[in-house]
Write a protein that binds this ligand. Structure first.
Ligand SMILES: [Zn+2]
Ligand SMILES: [Zn+2]
Length: 142
């Protein structure tokens, strides 16, 4: 596992404390909203504006160090799991997001019959359903 400094340098990004803090927060895993990322960054370094966190997330995403996902109807989330073309399952009840490995193993995993002349490099798939907590809540209501 490389350190945050090595990751930033390997992508030609300047090493700054906000960048290191955001990388650290994302590396804990999960799919985090900007508000949550900002809250956790502020536990590591004081005085970081929400705008600064957005700027860092933009730089990290452009550099391929974080991935932005935005399921319909939810705020954008960010994660550190990049480069493996994995997909997401989203709960319609509470918005919980979990990773789903690529259905076939390489990008793009959908192999459409008609690509309309496009050269494909990514397939973004969102599975929708109800998470276990929402399912048991629902059956308790019955
Ligand atoms: Zn749920
Ligand atoms: Zn993910």
């Amino acid at each position: 596992m490389s350190t945050g400094e090595e990751l930033l340098r390997s992508r030609g990004l300047r090493v700054t404390r906000p960048r290191l803090a955001v990388l650290d927060v994302l590396s804990a895993g999960g799919h985090l909203e900007v508000d949550e990322i900002t809250r956790r960054v502020r536990q590591r370094i004081d005085s970081v504006s929400t705008q600064a966190v957005y700027d860092v997330l933009g730089a990290l995403s452009r550099a391929g160090l974080s991935r932005r996902i935005e399921p319909a109807g939810s705020p954008a989330r960010y994660e550190a799991r990049v480069g493996d073309n994995h997909h997401h399952v989203v709960c319609r009840g509470c918005g919980e997001i979990a990773d789903v490995d690529c259905a076939v193993g390489s990008a793009p995993c959908l192999d459409p019959n008609v690509a309309h002349g496009f050269e494909l490099d990514e397939a973004e798939v969102t599975f929708w359903g109800l998470c276990p907590a929402c399912r048991s809540r629902r059956s308790a209501d019955d």
